[in-house]
Design a protein around this ligand. Structure first.
Ligand code: GLC
Length: 802
């Protein structure tokens, strides 16, 4: 069953049935101000920090039919009294004549028709502004005039989102709303909680005169508090009570009488939900966004931002679903993960100080460096500030306060305190940035390490290059009995937590790959000795790995402190892990014959029609000695689930060995676009990658969860563009090394790179998967497969024959 369709001309996905199996969301604004909007108009908005500066109350665990954060009522005066409905489906749950939710880039637009009224509401945060605009257009579709009221509603939360649930006396006693009356019947209602460390207030206002308002939820719902959001009793009265709540559950509902609308007539109400220090001072900006033309301009500026963002890369391949993802939805998801890390989604509520993940953000940034290198660089600088003097990194940090912590490693006293992989990811982020931009001076920038003295000042600074070198040395110095990198609390797989002394094949291979990147940098800088040193490190780890980890048909995944293997044919559970097969190809540790065998084992033992399982078979029962993986039933999440992030590395590994058909098969089977006709099984948004899909050991095989904030986004984009289409920035130029399905006749790509536009056409009449035979740039034949850097602002025509 389908619930909507892709409209690539408008770069939207259009939902046509609101009764989705789960809420589908879209992001507006950024962490500085913003959050998400669901397909029924509910929203979760915060400013700067979802945990301690939350603005609206959104509780995803409540039933989907419940009010969440914001809604809108439209009221019609009939002869027999008032009729009202919400154009968002929730909370009135009406059966509309038309419902559409256009999931756009940075905005959602909900259109519905009911009772002969058309409502068209666009919801967004103007680019870099700190307010949510709801641009509400109402049209009378009847052939008679109609009297219409528009009542938008917001429900606030205490700014400390956890306190909201923790204390139900203190919290409501601190919450207050006040009306600020303005000229022409305009009103701005502020809402605040005592105890805020600053004086800022939330506010809700519109551009139309407000005849009355409500700030107390109990009064709005009516019936002594036993009214419902589906049918608020107060909406049967001509006016709301205009009560300024001194405590309680604060909401803000604004009554707008639009008056008589003739047949075909249209009226517009624009609301703003924001937060500021002082509404009187903010009034100028509030007034600016009350003006329809300014709001139209803000919306078109938002569109321009996205057009520019997407213009870095445009592909035309024979596969429409591939194009849809790579041209629109995948880069959008990369931007969202770069902004939000794992901070706020339907699945992560930004509580418990998780903040941004060091490993997560170091990978997310890889997905946007071509489109917005400056913003990427800003994030990389922050990440480097949470790296420690010893080269390891703090696991997560709050991007506003820059306070970091050790993540889950805090909770287990009997386990190492650091994650064995975190610091290595930053090497990939920096080298990808350098390769994209050529900004080699970045390596000389001084950045403090995280460790502080008693006054809170950094103990040491180091250049970016020093940071990278320390990252490498940390792993070099922390190896176990087989010469492999130590696991630490965990590696990329957060859920296997073994006592100190355990070794990780993942960390060993990530180190191998990071070393390759360091060699590229060292060679470019003409640091011959350094390059040689890293070459030796690579060789040493490669040998240790191949000596200790080959299991006959595949590579094992971990050694515990006593030298017992996990992810081996000798284990009962989790005998084979995909990452232990894909990464040795990526790190170039696996010799060709082993690469072939182990990738074959992935296909044989881990692949399903809906994606590759992370490991198999799953554990069945909690075992604190192994850790979080055993908290899931077999087939779920890291325990034998289809963890999409790791699927992508298998795709990349297949392209490295030249198996374009297999890479494409893997890509396709998890491309969310292909799930559009099967949503009842998949359930999540078909326009973003989820983090996980239940595996075939689980009765709900195929069910997706944890959509949006997953490292899958960045890696899928890289897999598609750098490895399948093979357009790979390097320090020397743009490498062209596609690995495509043999059946493709070719493809076209427009890629902006180093201040030039490359129009690339690859012909594959020989039906190969890999290997460029001829490369012609601007009519001249070029040796090898590196397209030069032009830096001249011009277009360059690249023709390649495979
Ligand atoms: C989650 C975490 C990520 C981790 C992955 C695998 O996606 O955000 O950091 O690598 O799970 O455990």
């Amino acid at each position: 069953m389908r619930y909507g369709y892709f409209d690539n001309a408008s770069k939207e996905y259009i939902i046509t049935d609101p009764k989705l199996p789960v809420k589908w969301i879209n992001y507006v604004g950024g962490l500085y101000f913003g959050g998400f909007v669901d397909h029924t108009g509910g929203s979760l908005i915060c400013k700067g920090d979802p945990a301690i500066n939350r603005i609206v109350k959104y509780i995803p665990q409540l039933p989907d039919s419940d009010f969440k954060g914001e809604t809108l009522y439209i009221r019609i005066k009939e002869n027999d009294g008032y009729k009202f409905f919400s154009p968002f489906y929730v909370p009135t749950l009406d059966n509309y004549d038309l419902y559409e939710c256009h999931v756009g880039l940075g905005y959602s637009r909900i259109i519905s028709e009911f009772y002969g009224i058309r409502a068209d509401i666009t919801i967004y945060v103007p680019h870099k502004s700190d307010r949510v605009i709801r641009d509400i257009k109402i049209r009378n579709l009847r052939n008679k005039p109609v009297d219409i009221d528009v009542i938008p509603v917001v429900e606030y939360t205490h700014f400390d989102a956890l306190k909201q649930f923790d204390n139900n006396d203190w919290v409501p006693q601190t919450m207050q709303s006040k009306a600020v009356y303005e000229e022409n019947g305009l009103i701005t209602i502020t809402q605040f909680a005592f105890m805020r460390k600053n004086s800022s207030v939330n506010y809700f206002t519109s551009n139309n005169s407000v005849s009355s308002f409500e700030t107390d939820r109990r009064l709005f719902l009516g019936n002594n508090g036993y009214g419902t959001w589906a049918c608020p009793i107060s909406l049967y009265n001509d006016e709301l009570s205009s009560y300024e709540a001194l405590r309680g559950d604060n909401i803000c509902a604004l009554m707008h009488h639009l008056g008589q609308m003739d047949p075909g007539g249209e009226k517009r109400v624009i609301t703003q939900l924001g937060q500021c220090e002082n509404v009187k001072e903010e009034k100028k900006i509030i007034d600016y966004y009350r003006n329809e033309e300014n709001v139209d301009k803000a919306f078109s500026d938002l569109k321009s931002f996205w057009d520019k963002y997407l213009s870095t890369l445009h592909v035309e391949t024979p596969d429409e679903d591939f194009n849809t993802m790579v041209n629109i939805h995948n880069p959008r998801q990369c931007y969202i993960t770069k902004n939000w890390s794992r901070y706020l989604s339907l699945y992560q509520m930004g509580l418990g100080s998780r903040g941004m993940g060091f490993r997560d953000s170091s990978q997310d940034v890889l997905g946007i460096l071509g489109n917005m290198p400056e913003e990427g660089c800003e994030l990389i600088e922050k990440l480097l500030q949470v790296q420690k003097i010893d080269g390891s990194a703090m696991h997560q940090f709050n991007p506003v306060t820059m306070i970091a912590d050790e993540g889950d490693a805090r909770e287990r006293q009997d386990r190492p305190k650091y994650y064995g992989d975190d610091h290595l990811w930053i090497v990939l982020a920096v080298s990808t940035y350098l390769k994209e931009t050529g900004d080699i001076d970045f390596l000389d920038l001084n950045i403090p390490f995280y460790d502080k003295n008693k006054d809170g000042l950094p103990l040491e600074n180091g250049t970016v290059m020093e940071h990278l070198q320390r990252a490498i040395e940390f792993t070099h110095d922390n190896i176990g009995q087989h010469g492999l990198a130590l696991l630490g609390f965990a590696d990329w797989n957060d859920t296997v937590n073994l006592p100190a002394g355990a070794e990780s094949v993942f960390n060993a291979n990530l180190y191998g790959y990071a070393l390759l990147e360091m060699m590229d940098i060292a060679r470019y800088l003409n640091e011959v000795e350094l390059a040689r040193k890293y070459q030796n490190y690579h060789e040493t780890m490669k040998n240790a790995f191949n000596d200790a980890c080959w299991d006959g048909e595949w590579y094992i995944r971990y050694f515990d402190k006593d030298g017992n293997a996990l992810g081996s044919k000798n284990n009962d559970k989790c005998k084979i892990y995909v990452n232990a097969q894909s990464w040795p190809v990526i790190s170039r540790f696996a010799p060709a014959d082993r690469a072939k065998k182990s990738l074959g084992a992935v296909y044989k033992y881990l692949n399903t029609s809906k994606g590759i399982k992370l490991s198999a078979p799953g554990y069945n029962g909690y075992n604190p000695d192994i850790g979080g993986i055993t908290t899931y039933p077999p087939g779920a999440k890291e325990n034998g689930g289809i963890f999409l992030h790791a699927n992508i590395w298998a795709i990349i590994a297949e392209t490295i060995v030249g198996n374009g058909d297999r890479a494409y098969e893997y890509y396709n089977q998890i491309n969310p676009v292909t799930k559009n006709n099967n949503i009842d099984e998949f359930e999540c948004e078909p326009y973003v990658y989820p983090q996980n899909i239940l595996g075939d050991e689980h009765p709900q095989f195929g069910l997706a969860r944890n959509s949006w904030l997953s490292g899958t986004a960045s890696w899928a984009y890289q897999a598609a563009t750098r490895y399948i289409l093979g357009i790979l920035p390097s320090l020397e130029g743009l490498i062209l090394d596609p690995c495509i399905p043999a059946q493709w006749n070719g493809f076209r790509v427009t890629r902006k790179f180093r201040n030039a536009i490359y129009i690339i056409e690859v012909a594959n009449t020989a039906h190969m998967s890999k290997g460029i035979k001829t490369l012609i740039v601007d009519g001249k034949k070029i040796r090898g497969n590196i397209i030069p850097i032009y830096d001249d602002g011009n277009e360059h025509i690249v023709r390649a024959i495979m």
